[in-house]
Design a protein around this ligand. Structure first.
Ligand code: AP5
Ligand code: MG
Length: 211
């Protein structure tokens, strides 16, 4: 299964990617997570990306395309993968097409902007391992502590309300056209995000035609 997840910031791409990764036993490649790891480790990539991420802007295409080319060449991607957060622009989609990868499906997760803003205020992320929680919809067992590694749970810097608004604008302008792009290729399927995570999982399975 070679799958792309499309969706606004906070639509639930990361949450669904985790479930699908387990179901199909394939890795999730999240450009956002790769970049956030680089930020934590203060690598050259991290330093380059920081000014864009903090403003809610996209990191330049050539940087992200390079990351993906390198990642998709690794052995664990041979049987398939889930792309979470890539491609995000038409030039990125064109670059992926040039890598001669046969995609199975492109899943768009639809959630209204108002819902997104509300949701993002409750998201928490482990500062150490990156695991994601939600105060209301996916609370950790111990308050402010990661279930996986006991790390501290923090608010992602780009989840400040003004930055979320900017990210939504950028999404509608630069990423949403990809729905048409993949519809034209006959690859697009759509799932509507629900109030509860488990209900969205059912919608996603239905859209992908899996049980
Ligand atoms: P990235 O990390 O990809 O951020 P994003 O697309 O803005 O998406 P998020 O990770 O914020 O949300 P999500 O859809 O994964 O939702 P989640 O599952 O966490 O990118 C960050 C930045 O990196 C970009 O702004 C850009 O600067 C840069 N970047 C990355 N890729 C790039 C690229 N290709 N090109 C250029 N720049 C790039 O869910 C959100 C919350 O809601 C969670 O708390 C979750 O628990 C909860 N939740 C999920 N589903 C539900 C539900 N159904 N009901 C209730 N709560 C739910
Ligand atoms: Mg995510």
């Amino acid at each position: 299964m070679k799958l792309i997840l499309l969706g606004a910031p906070g639509a639930g791409k990361g949450t669904q990617a985790e479930v699908l990764s387990e179901k199909f036993d394939i890795p999730v490649i999240s450009t956002g997570e790769i970049i956030r790891n680089a930020l934590r480790q203060e690598t050259t990539l991290g330093k380059q990306a920081k000014e864009y991420i903090d403003k809610g802007l996209l990191v330049p295409d050539n940087v992200v395309i390079g990351i993906i080319q390198e990642r998709l060449n690794q052995d664990d991607c041979r049987n398939g993968f889930i792309l979470d957060g890539f491609p995000r622009t038409v030039p990125q989609a064109d670059a992926l097409a040039e890598m001669n990868i046969t995609l199975d499906k492109v899943l768009a997760i639809e959630v209204a902007d108002e819902k997104i803003v509300q949701r993002m205020s409750g998201r928490r992320q482990c500062a150490k391992c990156g695991a994601t929680y939600h105060l209301q919809y996916k609370p950790p067992v111990k308050e402010s502590i990661c279930n996986v590694c006991d790390g501290e749970l923090i608010v992602r810097k780009d989840d400040e309300p003004e930055t979320v608004q900017k990210r939504l604008e950028v999404y509608h302008e630069q990423t949403e056209p990809l729905k048409e792009y993949y519809k034209d290729k006959g690859l697009l399927v759509v799932a509507y995000g629900q109030e509860e995570i488990k209900d969205t999982i059912s919608e996603v399975f239905k859209a992908l035609g899996v049980g």
